[in-house]
Design a protein. Structure first.
Length: 366
């Protein structure tokens, strides 16, 4: 199989046309970009052909499952726990979305990918190119995002270098991605595997791409940040201005139609369903978008307009239009939104995704 056929088989961008009027130098540059973009494809194909002949130790090294007893972490009388037990026994901070041992997320994802490649050989090359050919979550994430957001004039090789460089420069972005993954695992009953989040959940992908655009925005690389915003909107149907500040442990459930404005703030552990708008009003610039507190859950089709505050641990019912501040620990529904019942202290309703309790009566207005 040729390099071009291998690259095409796993979804790498096909060789760009030089077009009429291009010089030989231009053609050479395009060929160089294509070779760079297919390098990972060839590596993935190599692994796909020979992965069954790997020794068990080589597979363990690739997946980060080196025996801890060999590394001297266990005494003679202690038994080494299995990888599955290690995942189950991982400790979590109360109210936090990311496991203390963040490597478990990546190790578990690799284990899932290998198991699915065993079960479904048709996915072998795909899973190797997207997950198992990489050494870390940030490498795999950069590869997936680059291939999702590429276009005929924005090559995947260019995007891969952009995402990879951003993750190398700011490791906090990777920790936030891990926290987002844990949010999906804990809150979405339809989410069974970490690898599904990376590969198939467009809400997760849109948030991670936004974080890179936001980093570029803060570096005053605004044209490139806006280009990424445009591609994210086209591909994922999620429009988040790169100036918006998004916390960790965020779940965009289904995600289609989510719009978040430039000066909006979304704090940690927030769950947002599809069709939500965090928008401004009027034509004046400045701080003009909503501020969403920690632990808030926002139902499908909600519109929140203006520079207002939704207090921590509050719920906004589906289809509501919020035009005034919502206090902490409250539930608001309707058009315009009104409070339901009195304040009910609750530990982050976004974690339980309970959107219907407390809707039996309208006790008082905002």
């Amino acid at each position: 199989m040729t390099a071009l056929a291998a690259a095409t088989a796993i979804g790498v961008t096909s060789k760009p046309s030089c077009g009429p009027g291009k010089t030989e130098r231009d053609a050479s540059r395009h060929r160089g970009s294509f070779r760079a973009s297919t390098r990972r494809g060839n590596e993935a194909l190599h692994h796909a052909r020979g992965w069954r002949s790997f020794t068990s130790r080589a597979i363990a090294d690739r997946m980060g499952k080196v025996s801890r007893q060999e590394e001297g972490e266990f005494g003679e009388e202690e038994e080494e726990t299995t990888f599955k037990d290690e995942v189950k026994q991982a400790e979590f901070d109360e109210g936090a979305a990311c496991p203390l041992n963040a490597d478990i997320v990546w190790q578990t994802m690799c284990k899932e990918a290998r198991a699915d490649a065993d079960k479904e050989p048709a996915l072998a090359s795909y899973l190797f190119s997207t997950i198992l050919a990489h050494k870390s979550l940030e490498d795999a994430l950069a590869f997936v995002l680059a291939n999702k957001l590429k276009s005929t004039v924005l090559l995947d090789s260019q995007l891969l270098e952009l995402f990879s460089a951003t993750y190398r420069r700011d490791g906090h972005l990777v920790k936030m991605a891990q926290a987002d993954m844990q949010a999906y695992i804990e809150r979405d009953p339809a989410c069974e595997k970490y690898m599904h989040i990376l590969l198939f959940f467009k809400g997760f992908q849109a948030i991670q791409a936004h974080r890179v655009a936001s980093a570029l925005w803060k570096q005053d690389r605004k044209p490139l940040a806006l280009l990424l915003q445009s591609r994210i909107s086209e591909i994922f149907h999620v429009d988040i201005h790169p100036g918006a500040n998004i916390g960790a442990g965020i779940m965009l459930d289904h995600a289609t139609g989510v719009v978040i404005g430039e000066t909006a703030v979304v704090e940690d552990n927030v769950s947002i369903l599809h069709g939500v708008t965090l928008g401004g009003t009027g034509t004046k610039d400045g701080d003009r978008h909503p501020k969403i507190g920690t632990g808030v859950v926002i139902g499908a089709g909600v519109t929140i307009l203006g520079n207002l505050k939704v207090g921590a641990n509050s719920k906004i019912g589906a289809g509501s239009v919020v035009l005034r501040d919502i206090p902490e620990n409250c539930t608001a529904v309707g058009i315009p939104a009104r409070l339901v019942g009195g304040p009910k202290p609750e530990s982050q309703p976004s974690l339980s995704m309970d959107q219907v309790s407390g809707l039996s009566d309208y006790a008082y207005d905002i």
